[in-house]
Design a protein around this ligand. Structure first.
Ligand SMILES: NC(=O)c1ccc[n+]([C@@H]2O[C@H](COP(=O)([O-])OP(=O)(O)OC[C@H]3O[C@@H](n4cnc5c(N)ncnc54)[C@H](OP(=O)(O)O)[C@@H]3O)[C@@H](O)[C@H]2O)c1
Length: 394
């Protein structure tokens, strides 16, 4: 199987690439991304390498063919000769790259997520034997609050909370139109919020909960004097060193899905679908939502001196709360949605893969700070220091 992958330097794409490299073959893997081919190779190898889990086989990286490409450029910025070198013999196209900023500029989001998908589909057109896997998101359901979202549902009737959702919705429509026009087959994969309890090495893209936790930690640190910060970190001041409010529905929940499970499920979906025509859409979601109350408990376990109040309204926010509100509004709004996701296509396509276990406080604690368990009480947690700047939310 000769595969093309976009987004291999990203949080999800590098995990998909790890799985592809472990397929036990010597088939070429074409990677499209920004920078010169040499820079891209360095970034991809760094993203895929994990000291604790070696990439399959010492020669695995020899399979990689790195091509400079930019989703926002006409023809993805590829030279004509290069296009045919990439598409020759291609059997699968994984389109994983996207701009995922919840607060991003709508024009950049459109150019990357919509025009970029069009560019990838045009490239796939030159590879008649290739099956297209388009990575979308469960959040194409937009502002829909209730009910069970079907895997074949694709509606803009409820509107969208943010441009990111709308551009991913429009990209799915392009995939449908392309399949109708060409008679080709594509699979749309819709993960919910991805989460991992494995340490993400510094400088590599993190999962949304990790980014959020880092942001809140930095805001907490900036708004505390040294004595308060020490009490926040120490168990002795249980809940009394600082109380702060985060916007959201305290009785709400979020669909968080373990990235390891999501990647295994996605690769099985491809193995299951061969041939045919038209679009097959699959929710890569968790069967059970995670209560927001558990995320709150995990945060308080991480910082025993804090009490976190999740509340829909925050009158007269403190500077800390204002900073948190400015960066979490969109994520918080997801806690007010009570919709669920149908998983019929998923379960039909993953060949008996067991459902992931429910996320508990211990998992969430590791997801927020995988090194937390190793940090001595009262010491600044490893890797997260007072000087670490706030990270942008995805
Ligand atoms: N993370 C989640 O929780 C989540 C949930 C649901 C769905 N998804 C979907 O999963 C996919 C991957 O998300 P992710 O979390 O891996 O995002 P990510 O960590 O931000 O990675 C995004 C990837 O897209 C690439 N990219 C962005 N703009 C590009 C451009 N103009 N040209 C070429 N490549 C470009 C990035 O390359 P650079 O390294 O050069 O920036 C990077 O490889 C997306 O389609 C997203 O919508 C993610």
């Amino acid at each position: 199987m000769t595969v093309l992958l976009t987004g291999a330097t990203g949080f999800l794409g590098c995990r998909i690439l790890r799985a592809l490299l472990a397929d036990g073959t010597d088939e070429p893997l074409h990677v499209l991304g920004r920078g010169t081919p040499a820079e891209l190779r360095d970034r991809v190898e760094a993203a895929v390498s994990r000291p604790e889990i070696p990439v399959a086989g010492p020669g695995a990286f020899r399979r990689l063919h790195c091509h400079s490409a930019d989703l926002t450029r006409p023809g993805l910025g590829l030279e004509p000769g290069e296009r045919s070198r990439i598409t020759d013999g291609l059997t699968a196209v994984w389109h994983c790259a996207a701009q995922i900023s919840l607060t991003g500029d709508p024009v950049t989001l459109y150019r990357t997520n919509v025009l970029g998908t069009r560019g990838v589909l045009e490239l796939a057109q030159d590879a008649p034997a290739a099956h297209v896997l388009h990575v979308s998101t469960a959040f194409v359901a937009g502002r829909r609050r209730d009910g069970r979202v079907g895997e074949d549902d694709l509606s803009d009737a409820h509107g969208f909370q943010i441009p990111y959702e709308e551009t991913k919705h429009t990209a799915e429509r392009l995939v449908h139109a392309w399949c109708r026009r060409t008679g080709r087959a594509a699979t749309i994969l819709r993960p919910s919020l991805l989460v991992t309890d494995r340490r993400v090495p510094d400088g590599l893209p993190d999962h949304p909960l990790g980014v959020l936790a880092r942001f809140v930690e930095n805001a907490l640190r900036r708004n505390s004097d040294d004595a308060t910060w020490a009490r926040i970190l120490r168990g002795e001041a249980h809940g009394t060193a600082m109380t702060f409010r985060i916007p959201g529905d305290p009785a709400g929940s979020l669909n968080l899905v373990q990235a390891d499970y999501a990647v295994e499920a996605m690769t099985r979906v491809l193995a299951h679908r061969t041939g045919g025509a038209g679009v097959h859409t699959v929710h890569v979601t968790h069967p059970q939502d995670t209560p927001v109350a558990l995320v709150k408990s995990a945060f308080e376990a991480r910082y025993p001196g804090t009490t976190v109040e999740i509340t829909p309204e925050i009158p007269d926010p403190t500077p800390l709360e204002a900073a948190v509100i400015a960066n979490t509004t969109h994520l918080s709004a997801y806690t007010t949605q009570h919709r669920t996701y149908d998983r019929t296509h998923l379960l039909q396509s993953v060949d008996g893969l067991p459902d992931p276990p429910p996320l508990d406080v211990a998992y969430l604690l590791r997801a927020m700070a995988p090194e937390a368990g190793a940090a001595p009480a009262g010491a600044p947690p490893g890797g997260l220091t007072a000087s670490t700047g706030p990270a942008p939310l995805p």
